[in-house]
Design a protein around this ligand. Structure first.
Ligand SMILES: [Zn+2]
Length: 286
């Protein structure tokens, strides 16, 4: 069934698991992600970035909403990295159930003012809002926005930000970057900082850009109170790597020949993440 982001994350927050937020940019990927979530009985956040929304167009939303209602697991449809008030309104109109407003590249005051404005509007129509404080890194040109340098989230600032804005969940910078990491980079999460932020804020926390961080650190972060983890690069990499292999045969032409094996590869990656985040089987808690 389709539920709000707030209801979805409340259960994860109480039970110390993280709901995967998979970015989807076409129908086949979306449907594949719903299927693997149903197979694993995992709650699901369908994340759509404004660039992805421009690509698929809001015309696809009614179909996404209908499929989500029919799903055997709880699903929410979430705007990923909304950049301004207008994008948030567009998402509300299109039927999204959860919004992120990302003012992390602005000053604290500007970020708080923008996030507060979006949260006030979203709350009036029963939707929840994710804000971001601190700066998540950016590893490659195709990655979502971010800075080259990570600016770690300060726990006291996080408390003040939540009080001033009324956000329901918060994306934190604790040592992850968007995109695929170069081989020389040895990433490390600041798990002590995460512990401090969770203790100080007491709300669902979100991790963006953990593609290259080691699995054991991610699993530890889930135990320490990360309740939503964004997955974009990893599933798209799996999907299109397999597609390149399939397309090596110049004779193939039909999407229904080309996409299924690519979806199998994507689902395998998604399944790994679902289990890593301890989300498998958690649909029964709703
Ligand atoms: Zn992100």
């Amino acid at each position: 069934m389709l539920i709000t982001g707030k209801d979805l994350l409340a259960v994860a927050h109480e039970n110390y698991f993280a709901v995967p937020a998979f970015n989807i940019s076409d129908w086949a990927m979306f449907n594949g992600i719903v299927e693997i979530s149903e197979e694993e009985q995992s709650p699901l956040i369908v994340a759509i970035h404004p660039d992805e929304l421009s690509h698929i167009t809001a015309d696809l939303l009614p179909a996404i909403i209908a499929r989500s209602h029919r799903a055997s697991v709880p699903v929410t449809i979430h705007l990923d990295h909304g950049a301004n008030y207008e994008q948030a309104l567009t998402a509300i109109q299109a039927g999204f159930k959860s919004l992120m407003i990302d003012g992390s590249m602005l000053s604290f005051e500007e970020n708080a003012a923008l996030t507060k404005r979006v949260a006030e509007t979203a709350h009036k129509v029963g939707l929840s809002v994710e804000g971001e404080l601190g700066t998540i890194g950016k590893m490659d040109e195709e990655a979502e926005d971010g800075a080259v340098e990570i600016i770690y989230t300060d726990p006291a600032d996080a408390v003040r930000f939540i009080q001033e804005t009324g956000v329901d969940s918060l994306a934190v910078a604790i040592g992850t970057s968007h995109g695929i990491y170069p081989s020389w980079l040895k990433p490390a999460l600041k798990l002590d900082l995460l512990k401090e932020i969770k203790a100080a804020t007491g709300i669902p926390l979100v991790l963006h850009g953990g593609s290259g961080n080691p699995d054991d650190e991610i699993a530890e972060a889930v135990k320490l109170g990360i309740n939503k983890i964004n997955i974009s690069s990893d599933i798209k990499h799996a999907y299109h790597s397999k597609m390149r292999e399939v397309l090596a045969d110049a004779g193939v032409r039909e999407p229904n020949t080309i996409q299924p094996p690519s979806l199998v590869a994507m689902k395998e990656t998604a399944k790994h993440k679902i289990r890593l985040f301890d989300a498998a089987g958690k649909a029964t808690l709703y």
